[in-house]
Structure formats: C-alpha cells, structure tokens
Design a binder for this molecule. Structure first.
Ligand SMILES: Cc1ncc(COP(=O)(O)O)c(C=O)c1O
Length: 427
C-alpha cells in the first residue's frame, strides 16, 4: 500500500516542491518521479523555479505509462461537432493561412459579441472590447501581465484551477486565497471581505468552477461585485464552463451585476463548450482601456490565435440553442452515473453543479495523502486522477481529496468505474 507521511509541512503554493510526490512502497518508472522542482542551473530565471510543471499534465503522462483511463486532464475523448471540423477544413482551403489581426479576426469578434449579448447579457463592441487569444489560458496570463505590478495582491478562491498559481507568480501577484469549504464549497463572507486589502488589484473568479463544480449564485456574485467596487478591484472571470451547468441552474456572468462591466475581464473559449481543447482559441471581453492593454501584451506573447481556427470558431458560435441544451443534458447524465460509481466505490463526493469534475474525499481508505492515493489508483487500478493538493495554496489542505473528471464517452466512464470498484479490496 502506498502509504507515507508528509516529511514536513509545506507553507504555500510556492512550497509544493517540498512535497514528496509518490508512494514510497510502489515502484514507478523513473520518468514518473517528481523530485524537487528546482532547476539546478543558475541561468534559469527565479520565477520559473517557483512553480513545477503542471501536475495535471504530468498525471496524463503517468496515465500513459500505466495504460490508465485518464480522468486527470480535462479534455474529452470524443470529437467536436462536425460543423466545426468541416468549417476548419474550409478555412484552410479558403485563404486564412496568414496572420489575422492580432486581437482577432473581425468575423470572430463579431460572433463573440453577438453570443455574449444573447447568452450572457454582456455588451461588447467588437472593435474595442474584445481580444482573441490562444485559449483562455493565454487570456488569463495576458490579463494578469496587463494588470499586475510586482507585489499587487490577487484574491483567488481555493481550491483553484492549477494555472492561477503560475499566472500569479509570473505576473508578480501575491495570491490571497479564500476557501470554498468542503463539502458544498460555500464561501464564508467574512473571510472573503478579509482577503481584500489596500494592495488588492485583482480578483480571479472561475464559475462554473474547476475543480469543485461550484456554480456561483447571483447573491454570491453580488457580494463579490460590491467588494470589487468598494476596493477598486478588477475581476477576471474564467467562464469556460458556462454551458456545462446542471439541474436547471443558469450561469450568471459577473460582468452583468451592477456596474461590474466597467471592471470585469470575462474570459472564455472554445475548448470546453465545443470539445475542441486542441484548437487553442479563446478570448477576453474587457472595458476598452483594459482590452487595449491586453492587446499589447497578447500581441507580443503570441501575435494571434490560429487564423483558420478563428474562422471555424464562427461556425461554433453560430450553433443553435439546442446544441447547448444537449451539451448540458449529456454532461448531467454522465455526472449522475459517475458520481454514483464513485460513491459505490467508497468515495465521498457531492454531485457538482457544473463543469465536469468531481472532488472526492478518500478518508475511508488507509492512504496518508492525495499523492499516495493517486499513485495507487494510477498504478494498481489504472485510473488517473489529480491529487487534491495541486488545487490549494497550502498543499496540505488538499491532501484528503483527489479530482476526477468525467468529460469522457460513456464506455470510458463505465470502464473507469469498474476499475475503481476494486477499491473494495483495499482494507
Ligand atoms: C477553469 C479552466 N480555465 C481554463 C482552462 C483552459 O482553457 P483553454 O483550453 O481555453 O486554454 C481550463 C482547462 O482545463 C480550465 O479548467
């Protein structure tokens, strides 16, 4: 059994390097070993020494080594709608193979603005409020680089999507974490208020949320909006799962609350809604001056997102409403089957309200921490998950959880559930 104790208590996101990262008694191939993250070469910049490679993508590599069902990294094992792939082929043959305008092809910005109005209720002028990026990942980094001066503080809800840690480090922000509390991921209003200081520059919000599945309710968003307004803070909202919302709930964009449109950068992209994570097309909607700042940063980061895929993205954004209804219905059915399977296997979890992840607690099993449990799952049961510590500022806070994702075909999920049923053999 891969049980071991933490050697010493890590003290923050930056201290994840302190974690021993694999089960002590289960031999793994050397490529799976995470030693210390420090790159022992003085030519490497300090900032890169402060965060490890993505744990999520690392688990994907380990999954491949063990022939595991990969429920670690958040991408589907099914194809995007055919309308998209056909539109992409047409675009490749249709003269879109050179740079687009760096902040995005006009056709796509028009389509994004139409959709933002129709679905989110956000007014966006394609000429002044939009920046098309290489995925929402680049949009988030470009937003942070455009807003943060060294030492500014960023309020971040935790557990948080792994990228926000390096986004903060690279941009020079100091994270102030606000806990979403297990098991319902509630936010304590007093803790939220206490996180705002005179150094707060940015609040990062992700709803529907990865990894918790929390869908922020309108009254929670109102509280966040009031705090941002009172403290003159910019909200950067990652709404990439906006269409994957369950049980009749509806996604609310923070930018539509009060005057928040004047201080919100709304980030989105094709990856999740259209099952096209490899296309790398995302965007940000921002007030004019902030969009202008982001355009500068974005231009020198990547110049632009792939032009033909931007043109094909217009077809995605023109799909009928029935597409989105079916997307949510299909993911809700997967959620129901998957959560039942996890519970039957002895894991404790709540059905997420949105997105396609489940955080599960494994207290019932005799593993010392999340890495020991995750390594047992990938090596013995051949199911790859993400250790919960990757989602917390202080990794110790995540040691009782692992994250599963369920953006997979039904047969893949059935196979994963049948493998997880072997947990019953764990004493
Ligand atoms: C919350 C969240 N934001 C952003 C991304 C990445 O999005 P993109 O593919 O648009 O860069 C992910 C992917 O898992 C995610 O979970």
């Amino acid at each position: 059994m891969g049980m071991r104790a933490l050697k010493r208590r890590p003290t923050g996101f930056f201290a994840r390097a302190d974690l021993p990262t694999r089960g002590a008694s289960i031999p793994t191939p050397s490529s799976a070993v995470r030693e210390d993250i420090a790159i022992r070469d003085r030519r490497v910049a300090d900032r890169v020494q402060k965060f490890p490679e993505s744990v999520i993508r690392e688990m994907t590599r380990i999954a491949a080594l063990h022939g595991a069902v990969n429920l670690a990294q958040g991408y589907p094992d099914f194809e995007p709608p055919q309308e998209l792939t056909e539109a992409a082929k047409r675009a490749l043959d249709g003269g879109y193979n050179q740079y687009s305008i760096t902040w995005g092809a006009r056709e796509l910005r028009d389509a994004i603005a139409r959709r933002a109005k129709a679905f989110n209720g956000i007014d966006a002028d394609p000429e002044s409020n939009l920046v098309v990026t290489c995925g929402s990942t680049e949009a988030m980094m470009a937003a942070m680089l455009s807003l943060i001066n060294e030492g500014d503080e960023a309020v971040i809800f935790e557990p948080f999507y792994e990228n926000y840690g390096p986004d903060a480090i690279v941009s020079g922000a100091r994270p102030r974490y606000v806990r979403m509390a297990w098991p319902d991921w509630t936010v304590d209003e007093e803790s939220l208020k206490a996180a705002f200081t005179d150094r707060t520059k940015v609040l990062i919000l992700n709803t529907p949320n990865n990894p918790t599945g929390k869908v922020f309710a309108r009254d929670e968003l109102r509280t966040i909006a009031d705090l941002c307004t009172d403290h003159d803070v910019v909200a950067v909202t990652d709404e990439i799962y906006e269409h994957i919302v369950f049980d009749g709930a509806r996604h609310v964009s923070l930018a539509t609350i009060g005057d928040m449109a004047d201080r919100t950068i709304t980030i989105n992209g094709l990856s999740k809604t259209y099952s096209a994570t490899g296309w790398r097309v995302g965007w940000a909607i921002a007030p004019k001056t902030l969009a202008n700042a982001m355009r500068r940063t974005h231009d020198f980061l990547t110049v632009g997102a792939p032009h033909p895929l931007q043109i094909a993205a217009v077809a995605a954004l023109s799909l009928p409403e029935s597409y989105y209804a079916e997307l949510a219905r299909s993911y809700q059915a997967k959620r129901d089957v998957f959560v039942r399977g996890l519970r039957d296997a002895g894991l404790d979890c709540r059905p997420p309200g949105g997105a396609y992840y489940v955080m599960a607690e494994f207290d019932r099993f005799p593993f010392d921490d999340d890495w020991a449990f995750a390594m047992y799952l990938v090596e013995r049961l051949r199911v790859a998950v993400v250790p919960g510590s990757s989602f917390y500022g202080d990794p110790v806070e995540g040691r009782r959880y692992v994250r599963f994702m369920f953006s997979k075909r039904d047969e893949t999920l059935r196979e994963a559930i049948s493998r997880l049923a072997d947990l019953r053999d764990v004493p």
